[in-house]
Design a binder for this molecule. Structure first.
Ligand SMILES: C[C@@](CO)(OP(=O)(O)O)[C@H](O)COP(=O)(O)OP(=O)(O)OC[C@H]1O[C@@H](n2ccc(N)nc2=O)[C@H](O)[C@@H]1O
Ligand SMILES: Nc1ncnc2c1ncn2[C@@H]1O[C@H](COP(=O)(O)OP(=O)(O)O)[C@@H](O)[C@H]1O
Length: 298
């Protein structure tokens, strides 16, 4: 990746427990978040003013978006750093919009990393995290792009258990789902306890067995709003060697876990062409971030 580009990988919630609700209406969560090889890409070219151009297969869904998260992130960082917001940005949009895999959050996080570098700020991750949290509950976890155990409303991050190599299929029935609408549709049901997880897994089958004891508490309301989620889950579960299939985030994208990336790619290619689908493996992290030990301007 060129120094003037940043990957914005898709976030996948391998499980998602709603553990409480704050007085301000936000929900407390417990989730194991991993990142997929699929993602958007953000590019920067020096320019006196700030602008954003969109390209890529999923760009059309954002054409009417009045307040792209990339521009919000750029303005927020410029304001916090006291520098002019400048640069011609180009977003290659490959992830479906409003689909439970955090594309907008990943783009916002990529903008923070990219402009931190292109504007010569060299802020460490810890200094960018409060800005990320202001942009959305999922943006802090997307900042490092590292697998994490996420709690609070998304801002409390702890290392994930050691993950095995595994295959991952993502499939979306091409129905956008609004995150607030899915939380609302959950209604007055009770809360789940945080999951009990081991320190790590040696293979994909053991990981899938343990994750099978968890769930996604947003899956039932999402299924009511978007019955196609059920078709996607059925197709994933019917695929040979599927170890686990579940919805990610507030949907409608579902994931399937498979023994390896090659199997996942084959399965994805066999899913209905009318769906958005992708198959591969987890990604290890994006980090072009600076460590706190590194002096600014170094
Ligand atoms: C549900 C999750 C799980 O990872 O993923 P997605 O389905 O969006 O991918 C996230 O918590 C989404 O994070 P994000 O999409 O950044 O949410 P925000 O923009 O901050 O919030 C949008 C709305 O979702 C609801 N919301 C979000 C996060 C949270 N912990 N509790 C909530 O109740 C609130 O109604 C809020 O107004
Ligand atoms: N760069 C962006 N990519 C996606 N959505 C964006 C972006 N900027 C703003 N949005 C808005 O954020 C909403 C949530 O988008 P997204 O992050 O794709 O959802 P999800 O977290 O459910 O996958 C969209 O409906 C759109 O209105």
């Amino acid at each position: 990746m060129s120094p003037a580009s940043e990957r914005a990988p898709a976030k996948v919630n391998l499980y998602l427990h709603v553990t409480g609700r704050r007085p301000d209406g936000y929900h407390e969560l417990d989730s194991l978040v991993v990142f997929a090889g699929a993602g958007d890409v953000l590019h920067h070219t020096a320019a006196p003013d700030l602008s954003l151009a969109l390209c890529g297969g999923e760009a059309e869904a954002l054409a009417a978006e009045p307040d792209n998260l990339v521009l919000r992130a750029a303005r927020l960082l410029a304001g916090a750093a006291g520098v002019p917001a400048r640069g011609a940005l180009r977003l290659e949009k490959h992830l479906p919009v409003a689909s439970g895999i955090g594309g907008g959050s990943a783009d916002a996080a990529a903008a923070l990393r990219l402009l931190n570098r292109c504007w010569g700020l060299r802020w460490p991750e810890e200094r960018l995290l409060p800005l990320a949290a202001q942009l959305g509950a999922d943006v802090p976890v997307c900042l490092s792009g590292r697998a994490a155990r996420m709690s609070g409303i998304g801002e409390v991050l702890a290392p994930a258990p050691v993950l095995p190599s595994a295959g991952l299929v993502l499939a979306n029935p091409r129905r956008p789902l609004s995150t607030p609408a899915v939380f609302r549709a959950r209604g007055m049901v009770g809360f789940s306890a945080p999951a009990a997880l081991p320190a790590g897994w040696g293979d994909a089958a053991t990981m899938a067995r343990d994750l099978g004891t968890c769930g996604n508490d947003l899956e039932p309301p999402a299924l009511r709003l978007c019955p196609e989620v059920g078709m996607v889950l059925t197709a994933l579960r019917a695929a040979p060697n599927c170890l686990l299939a579940r919805m990610s985030g507030s949907g409608a994208t579902c994931f399937g876990l498979f023994p390896d990336a090659a199997t996942a790619a084959t399965v994805a290619a066999g899913l209905p062409a009318a769906w958005w689908r992708w198959g591969g493996g987890f990604t290890a992290g994006v980090s072009s971030l600076y460590s706190a030990a590194e002096p600014a301007g170094a």
